[in-house]
Design a protein around this ligand. Sequence first.
Ligand code: NDP
Length: 324
Amino acid sequence: MRAIIIEKGEGGTVARLGDFPEDDLMEGDVTVRVTHSTVNYKDGLAITGKAPVVRHFPMIGGIDFAGVVETSHHPDFKPGDPVVLNGWGLGETHLGGYAELARVKGDWLVALPQGLSPAQAMAIGTAGYTAMLCVMALERYGVTPDRGPALVTGAAGGVGSVAVSLLSDRGWRVIASTGRVEEADYLMSLGANEIMDRSELSGPAKPLGKERWAATVDTVGSTTLANALSMTAYGGAVAACGLAGGMDLPGSVMPFILRAVALLGIDSVYAPKARRIEAWSRLAQELDREKLASMTRTIACDEIIPVARDILAGKVRGRVVVEI
Ligand code: NDP
């Protein structure tokens, strides 16, 4: 079967589109015919080898997929069921979604919610599902739109675009921070009320800045996250999910101890199944389909490797669906 195969070469990892023997699929109680996958930031890291995402070689890339169950020994799934999978080490330790077939543990799968096609599920992908996990975390913490605006960093990226749309449709005034101010019209069309140049958040953070927002979805990390914290209003919260700008956090404890600001960590890979089901079902109900379509483009398998390079270079807007 055709697959994006990641191997360890002498000079580092090498990715190529090639043939992978079906017999070499890993253990699992469900085999899925993959119809769609996507390119997330982590796929960019895995394919280029810029970070040690892949821990088993040869690996099939792709940290998520949507498709139809082909064979199943799991009580919850039968042939023909549409399913979605993200995380659980897919494309890292377990053969991933950039292939015509995937064999996985049925416990990892989520039944595709009604009203969502496999292509739409991958337009959302791990990025959009993570944006929903961020929104759910902010809501669980109890921060509400009447307390002030919501900041989204890396707004023109995948997580950012979905977060802007979700927050706006839930009544938040959204401040979209981006390095691509030329994407202002795009971000406004998703629901942003204000565009902020990312440079405003990329310098050293003051221990406490002016209180400017009540909530943040941060995909950037580093000084951006430190600034987001320092400008969070009393009792607000920051959902931190990304490191597109760096994995350090050069900040101060002052927002936590003088303004009761909360830092909420978001992990999509090992999120418990009940939370995944809630996130996917809310995405099916709440995410505006027209906005989703406007932030998505579709590519073929032979474009995955160049797009993976582009996403690390910050050149990909919104979401990318791969037709397998
Ligand atoms: P994208 O590349 O689509 O989005 C990242 C965005 O960050 C870019 O579009 C850009 O936005 C901004 N950005 C890129 N480089 C820099 C930089 N050097 N400094 C400041 N901003 C920068 O990636 P995804 O949306 O797929 O993922 C976003 C982040 O979230 C990644 O770090 C990813 O690893 C992480 N993630 C984490 C998950 C988890 O489980 N915790 C799950 C999914 C994603 P703009 O052009 O608007 O400035």
